[in-house]
Design a protein around this ligand. Sequence first.
Ligand code: ADP
Ligand code: MG
Length: 678
Amino acid sequence: MDINSPITELSGVGEKRAALYKKLNIFTVGDLLCHYPRSYIDYSSPVSIAESQLNEHSVIKARVIKKIPAARIRQGLVIYKVVVTDDSDNMTIVLYNNRFAYEALSEGEEYIFSGKVTGNLLRREMNTPIFIKASEPQKLRPVYSLTEGLTSNMVITNVTQALDSVDEIAFADHIPHFIRQKYSLAAFEYSLRNIHFPADSNIAEAAKKRLAFDELLTLQLGMFLMKSRSRTLTGCKMSGGGGLMKEFQSGLPFELTLAQVRASEEIIADMCRDYPMNRLVQGDVGSGKTAVAAAAALFAQKNGCQTALMAPTEILARQHYKTLTDLLAPHGVKVCCLTGSLTPKQRKVLGEQIANGEFDVITGTHALISGSTEFKRLGLVIMDEQHRFGVNQRARLAEKGENPHRLVMSATPIPRTLALIIYGDLDISVLDELPKGRRKIETFAVTDKLRSRACGFVKKQIDEGRQAYIVCPMIEEGESELVSAKGYAEKLAKGEFNGYTIGILHGKMSSQEKDEVMGRFKSGEIQLLVATTVVEVGVDVPNASVIMIENAERFGLSQLHQLRGRVGRGQYQSYCILVAGAVNDEIRERLKIMTETSDGFKISEYDLKLRGAGDFFGERQHGLPEMRIADAAADRELISKAQNAAKDIMEESPDLSKFPLLKSDIDRMFSSGAAEAL
Ligand code: ADP
Ligand code: MG
């Protein structure tokens, strides 16, 4: 059977089941083989009934001693009970409306059940367990993502048949032999068979690593290819960067950090080449990315080119407008701000001025890419907080110019190895240094018990004239963000913060509403801002001196670091209070890292170690093809391995012509169109 055969070639898969598979994006036999299990149920080490913990998930091996006749409780509800025993105790298995499972259990026969144990110390029950015969050799059962109507058993049956009947070629190893040897990789066929039906969890892990490696390698190679493929000339080649940094520095109220100077010089060098710059500036919160953008814009202006700087929100766009005006006005650079909130008339006037070249730097929101906006010699486009934008939006801004230079800025520090794989198509400048004289944000981690003292501390700051953020608990399942943020703010307004002016910010608000609230917070009218994580991006309110984060244990460290960066932006000593709703050793260790370190790069290294790469892949959102397995399985070691392998392969054959199988993997991964550079 061909891997490209439709899924209906498998026995038992008719139109109906094919439609279910379609919902999971599975169309061919090959797609099914790549539908890797989410996890496994381990039937290999059962506990005894007596030892099982109440209200916990357990795996129990027991013999059926009695099948109680079905009880029809009411229309549409039939309950089946089966009494089982091991040497330690009895337990009742309860099945709802599942005659099929009931009939599969025979008196006298031994099974292994997996499910939650309920009841009390005297009478134990397990409701709707999954089970296998104790005699079955396969003790690790895959758990697949499913859709209504499709069961794990169906998928298991279909995958089994597919593995048995596909052509040899399905198991061909796409990774050349010398790489497999050098990096001691498990064979592909072995991995593909064992990811579905592993004999034990070590084997499952090895299979997962190998398949994740394949994905990371393909991604890295794709990124390298994108970067090296022939580029079209830019219409805005620039020159004369020599004295620029000196001149820029002379107009500044502060001294640029070495990192800022280095990044600016890299940018200037890029813009003097024949083809467009494609560069990412990565820097911790407060590292001064805006000044680097300003230097680039000044250089563009000297070369008679316009710069467009696009920000994800109106507040940020206006903030940039103000900062860039301050930094660039001394050099005669004219800055304006184009957002959606202008009246049609204002918009028309400003639009004409921009098109006539009366402004050199145009900051703005999505309004910049609207059809009616025209530029005059747009030479440089800059995206702030790039992960908030989709690929299309970036491409559309670039289309407003003649293959202009592109700069993206990100405030999420990412470990170097990971940055190479996620942003491997871009050149990267790193701002790894904070401006001198920054005060460290004092960070405390406390448990729930100290919450009211923490609130007291926040109040004291507000009473001294400062402002505060409280990041509200993450949304419980089933509860909407709106309800949770609102309800929480109301609770605070009635309780600890009675009498203070409180504002709310959450993701379900329109961007206009959000901007309105942020505006009132910026102006000082709102004293306490209760927010969900939407507050994490880029906002600068120097008077805010304390942020309290509830349920801090549920956030990634990098995210906590971003949130913490909302304070400490002015002259005041600032504080971050992490309130943990639950505590264990791991949580304690993670929060301790936050209290000890303020270096975003170090923190993201820890995050990678503790949580894997998943969060980071999300950072580049729309820009990256979807990973099936890598984001769950990738760790630092695997990523470096894939990276080195990619370099070895490119060295052997820069256009990959020697490795057609790998080339086709890349084409497939990137064919969704998602990962078009920038
Ligand atoms: P981010 O990298 O988070 O975007 P910003 O560009 O908003 O940081 O800069 C944060 C603050 O630091 C701004 O108020 C800016 O004026 C200031 N700043 C930037 N560079 C320096 C520097 N070299 N020395 C002192 N202050 C600086
Ligand atoms: Mg910024």
